[in-house]
Design a protein around this ligand. Structure first.
Ligand SMILES: Nc1nc2c(ncn2[C@@H]2O[C@H](COP(=O)(O)OP(=O)(O)OP(=O)(O)O)[C@@H](O)[C@H]2O)c(=O)[nH]1
Ligand SMILES: [Zn+2]
Length: 336
């Protein structure tokens, strides 16, 4: 599990201002020195499962956190009953600084950003090669979300027993994204999971993909049943009790080699919030060409300096084409 440095000043417990101003608070608020650190595995209507020393503890956020919400992947400080026993409820008193945030805008006419997952390293975009047909726009939108969040993308192409990956991979050639291809036969033999795991080791990887692509099949193959049980996910898996469909769900890879974060409710990304200047960081070869761009250039407009710069031979035109294709997907079309 990853550890984060203690950072006592930033993000500290909020002390509510004294509205009337006539009775200063004299009680010293507890500093929570006894708080334990853990990782948020699920969020379900205000109840969070936090893994602390390999024990899943149910917790809710403490009032002093104010409007801040912890999400799956967050490292949090927890006080109270940490036994993990039935019907206990601990309190989250602090959210540690995040190394990354994967966001989505729920809808293009809903300007609110939602943080989907914190502290992830990688976004695995699961796409079937057939049944259902690949949806390149959806892949591109996921790539934009990943680049915007600073996550490395990984293409997971399933059902290669039904169709070849060649055509799809060609259109992503210029982007040079790591990919892994799986088939039904290899899934049965465990080979598919082994191959995919090679890309996941020691990372926190968020899995996205639309319905029917085989994401659940793959995630089940990646995370053995007994590992789920140790983190209290057995209900979500067997379908007993209420299914956690809207929240993401962190599942441990074997041998403590990282985490898979399944996102059952996330079929696509609203990209309203995306900043082109962050997306271009995924194209370091093009960044120098933006020096002459107008301020706040979208890099997808007539005055963008990249066209002339690339025409002068400083970078591969296919890379600029790919960047533009990605940026263009920020506009939502029907079916996204
Ligand atoms: N031919 C073939 N079928 C597969 C493969 N992987 C999964 N499937 C099948 O595809 C169907 C959908 O798989 P799921 O794992 O349920 O897909 P999902 O992406 O989780 O879809 P939702 O549950 O709707 O979110 C199932 O019938 C699987 O058996 C594969 O590699 N090849
Ligand atoms: Zn530009």
């Amino acid at each position: 599990m990853r550890r984060y440095g203690k950072n006592p000043d930033e993000d500290d417990i909020r002390v509510r201002p004294n509205r009337k101003g006539n009775r200063p608070r004299t009680t010293i608020r507890p500093k929570h020195e006894d708080a334990a650190e853990g990782m948020v595995l699920t969020v379900d209507r205000g109840r969070l499962t936090v893994l602390i020393d390999d024990i899943p503890v149910t917790a809710m956020k403490a009032r002093e956190l104010g409007r801040k919400a912890a999400v799956v992947g967050d490292q949090v400080m927890v006080v109270g009953d940490l036994s993990g026993a039935k019907d206990t409820l601990a309190r989250i008193v602090r959210i540690q600084p995040r190394t990354s945030v994967l966001r989505r805008t729920a809808d293009d006419d809903d300007p609110f950003e939602r943080v989907v997952v914190a502290n992830a390293d990688q976004l695995a975009i699961v796409t079937a090669l057939a049944d259902p047909e690949p949806r390149p726009r959806m892949i591109d939108r996921c790539l934009v979300a990943a680049f915007d969040a600073g996550l490395s993308p990984l293409l997971v192409l399933t059902k290669s027993d039904l169709a070849s990956a060649e055509t799809l991979l060609e259109s992503y050639g210029a982007l040079d994204i790591p990919y892994v291809v799986t088939s039904r036969d290899e899934l049965g033999k465990g080979e598919a999971a082994d191959r995919v795991r090679d890309f996941l080791n020691d990372k926190v990887t968020v899995f996205v993909g639309h319905s029917g692509v085989g994401k659940t099949t793959l995630v089940n193959a990646l995370v053995p049943e007994d590992r789920r049980r140790t983190t209290g996910h057995v209900n979500a898996v067997t379908g007993r009790g209420r299914h956690t469909t809207t929240s993401a769900l962190a599942l441990p890879l074997p041998d403590g080699r990282g985490w898979v974060i399944d996102t059952p409710g996330v079929r696509s990304f609203g990209l309203h919030h995306v900043d082109p200047s962050r997306v271009i960081l995924a194209f370091p070869d093009l960044v120098p060409g933006t020096e002459e761009c107008p301020r706040a250039c979208s890099h997808d407009e007539p005055d963008c300096a990249l066209d002339a710069w690339v025409a002068e031979g400083h970078a591969d035109p296919a890379r600029l084409y790919s960047l533009r294709r990605l940026l263009a997907t920020r506009e939502r079309h029907e079916g996204d």
